[in-house]
Design a protein around this ligand. Structure first.
Ligand SMILES: Cc1cc2nc3c(=O)[nH]c(=O)nc-3n(C[C@H](O)[C@H](O)[C@H](O)COP(=O)(O)OP(=O)(O)OC[C@H]3O[C@@H](n4cnc5c(N)ncnc54)[C@H](O)[C@@H]3O)c2cc1C
Length: 389
């Protein structure tokens, strides 16, 4: 640690914040992470994340965690299928079969890890007590010299020379830097899933194939993806109010009532596709999609910065948000350990982040717009391999 090393706080123990903390500690820079969740297991970390060689996996290399990742990751299903509402396959890309023995996760460019496993892997790599659980940042008070006093929900305060906002969509750090707030994209995903699909739901498993499948028509889509342990995750995506359930007079927890509303919305679609809405295991979860303006920029302010969704919230389409957050975290930490002046390090990180985030967000917005366009799947046929994450 050089005399110039600032006292650093990271707000948020998501993939971005934890990667940043790990790379800092690996370079002997002390850091504290403040996390709203009461403990590592307080909130179920559902679903799988696909990490690419150039983003999430690059960040894990910077974190020195490739071996740990390879031990729990699996090669991501590479097949892509695009269908219309009659279940006619319009595009199919099935990569050549994997050689024997199967390649290591990541060898094919993409690997998948369960969200919970990724959190555990990153947490295990940090020195004990790095994360202060149950600490919700309420606000930051600028002290005028680049330092900020962080005030937490329980009333306690602490002063830091650098506060990194890794606190996701509804960041409490972002308002200190920018007036931007996430807007509803007009698209809602309703999430559901299938367990042990090959055995219990063979028709669904065949329809989805070995990677991801999406069926699109006239502003609606059914998006399915293989996950670990025989699971398939499904999003029913449509344009409309984020309060669609309320307006239809149903509660999202009333599985059968939600199913009836969804079947009504997708009326006229082929029965094989409707089976995705009829036969799922468990209930439905509402995921209205929000995004920050593109580009989202802010004036460099000594002592503060943002990474991940706090900096560039975008729809989960075409670009993997978790991987981008991890890359941000790794790059920021690397800059901080490579520059003598921490403020220059943050400026250099922000200058590199801006075009990268804008390019990814434009791509994600375009993918979402095409998939949910009135003339879908026409637009998606131009970029059929861009798919939801
Ligand atoms: C429906 C859906 C599906 C998705 N699927 C994928 C996918 O398959 N692959 C992929 O790569 N990405 C996916 N994403 C995007 C991905 O989830 C995010 O881009 C990623 O989690 C961002 O990481 P992060 O570290 O920036 O923030 P987050 O993961 O949001 O972490 C922020 C953390 O900060 C904490 N926090 C928030 N506010 C405070 C506060 N004030 N004080 C203290 N702590 C706070 C939160 O509890 C949280 O732990 C999906 C998103 C959606 C909506």
């Amino acid at each position: 640690m050089t005399p110039a090393t600032p006292r650093i706080a990271i707000i948020g123990a998501g993939p971005g914040g934890l990667t940043c903390a790990r790379v800092l500690q690996r370079n002997d820079v002390p850091v504290t992470v403040f996390e709203h969740d009461a403990s590592a297991g307080a909130r179920p970390q559902r679903g799988a994340l696909e990490l690419h060689l150039t983003t999430g996996q690059a960040a894990l290399r910077a974190a020195g965690l490739q071996k740990e990742f390879a031990a729990v990751a699996r090669p991501a299903g590479q097949e892509v299928r695009l269908l219309d509402h009659t279940a006619t396959v319009l595009f199919q890309h099935a990569p050549t079969p994997a050689p024997t023995p199967a390649p290591a996760p990541g060898a094919a460019g993409r690997a998948e890890i369960d969200r919970g496993e990724l959190r555990r892997l990153l947490l295990d790599s940090l020195t004990p007590e790095t994360v202060r659980w149950g600490s919700y940042l309420r606000t930051l008070h600028p002290l005028g010299d680049g330092r900020h006093r962080a005030e937490f929900d329980d009333g306690h305060t602490e002063t830091y020379e650098l506060v990194i906002g890794a606190d996701g969509s509804w960041s409490r750090v972002r308002p200190m830097l920018s007036d931007a707030t996430p807007h509803y994209t007009g698209v809602t995903f309703v999430e559901s899933g299938f367990e042990d699909a090959d055995t219990r739901h063979p028709e669904v498993a065949r329809l989805v194939g070995a990677g991801s499948m999406r069926a699109e028509s006239a502003g609606k889509a059914l998006i399915a993806r293989r996950c670990s342990r025989g699971r398939i995750r499904l999003y029913a995506a449509f344009r409309g109010s984020q309060d669609w359930a309320l307006e239809a007079g149903v509660r999202i927890t009333d599985t059968e009532a939600v199913r009836a509303v969804l079947l009504d919305r997708f009326a006229g679609w082929d029965e094989r596709l409707l089976a995705l809405l009829r036969d799922n295991d468990g209930g439905f979860a509402n995921r209205p999609l929000f995004a920050l303006p593109v580009p989202h920029t802010w004036t460099h302010t000594p002592g503060l910065t943002l990474l991940g969704d706090a900096a560039h919230l975008m729809p989960p389409f075409a670009r993997p948000g978790a991987g981008l957050a991890m890359l941000d975290g790794a790059e920021l930490a690397r800059n901080l350990t490579g520059h003598r002046d921490p403020d220059e390090a943050v400026s250099a990180y922000e200058a590199a982040l801006r075009p990268r985030a804008a390019e990814a967000a434009e791509h994600a917005a375009r993918g979402l717009a095409e998939a949910l366009a009135p003339d879908a799947p026409r637009g998606s046929l131009r970029h059929p391999r861009d798919r939801p994450r």
